[in-house]
Design a protein around this ligand. Structure first.
Ligand code: GSH
Length: 209
């Protein structure tokens, strides 16, 4: 039985919960991390020396890094519509996953952690303002990509590309402290399209930002 270690309210854990649900996989879950079981203990650090969640246990295998876990699970289940076997199609999916992991960082820190949650040091104006502007710019990139293609990020099929990106789109619609939000019709339609998926509503659009 798969076992997922990580609190159900964590950004990186919720992406994995969403995929597990899409795949209909049975799994056990334990709430490790902030406000739950501390990860800075030898038992957890032996599994992930960085002390971060999620960690996925599959028999003897111990996996960390949410996007690695997404790719592992899709491959394990031969879910090739989510994670295509064709190298070029696969690269397009991975490009969006890497885009969230890397290019969204400034936006998430300044725009969300600082601008929304008021966490230091990201709440300092220099981080907050840059992060909020960056969040709008990045959402504009998704909006343009969808206006040009769609209905999902890599075309007609829902893929792993839509999981991390769908989550940051969800957060965008929850940002309440932005000076203004530019109109992005394709982005709004995409958010509603994702919301038709029960797994998205259970783990992402579930009342939490
Ligand atoms: N790049 C890692 C980042 C993992 C990460 O930073 N996880 C956060 C939760 S979203 C964490 O472990 N925070 C500490 C805690 O919850 O105790 C991944 O994608 O899995």
């Amino acid at each position: 039985m798969l076992k997922l270690l990580g609190r159900k309210n964590a950004f990186n854990v919720r992406k994995v919960l969403w995929l597990l649900d899409e795949l209909g996989l049975p799994f056990e879950q334990e709430d490790w991390g902030r406000d739950f079981r501390p990860t800075q203990v030898p038992e957890f650090l032996a599994l992930n020396p960085f002390g971060t969640v999620p960690v996925l246990l599959d028999g003897e295998a111990v996996l960390r890094e949410s996007h690695v876990i997404l790719r592992y699970l899709a491959s394990r289940e031969h879910a090739w519509s989510l994670y295509p076997r064709g190298l070029v199609q696969r690269a397009h999916v991975e490009a969006w996953m890497d885009w969230v992991a890397y290019d969204m960082t400034v936006a998430m820190r300044g725009g969300y952690l600082g601008g929304e949650l008021g966490l230091e040091p990201w709440a300092q104006p220099q981080f907050r303002e840059v992060g909020q502007a960056e969040y709008a710019k990045r959402m504009g990139q998704i909006d343009a990509a969808l206006a040009d293609g769609g209905p999902f990020l890599c075309g007609h099929e829902f893929t792993l590309a839509d999981i991390p990106a769908g989550f940051v789109v969800h957060r965008w619609f929850h940002l309440s402290k932005l000076p203004e939000k530019p109109a992005m019709p394709a982005l709004g339609a995409y958010y509603e399209r994702l919301s038709e998926r029960p797994a998205f509503r259970r783990h992402i659009r579930n009342g939490l930002a």
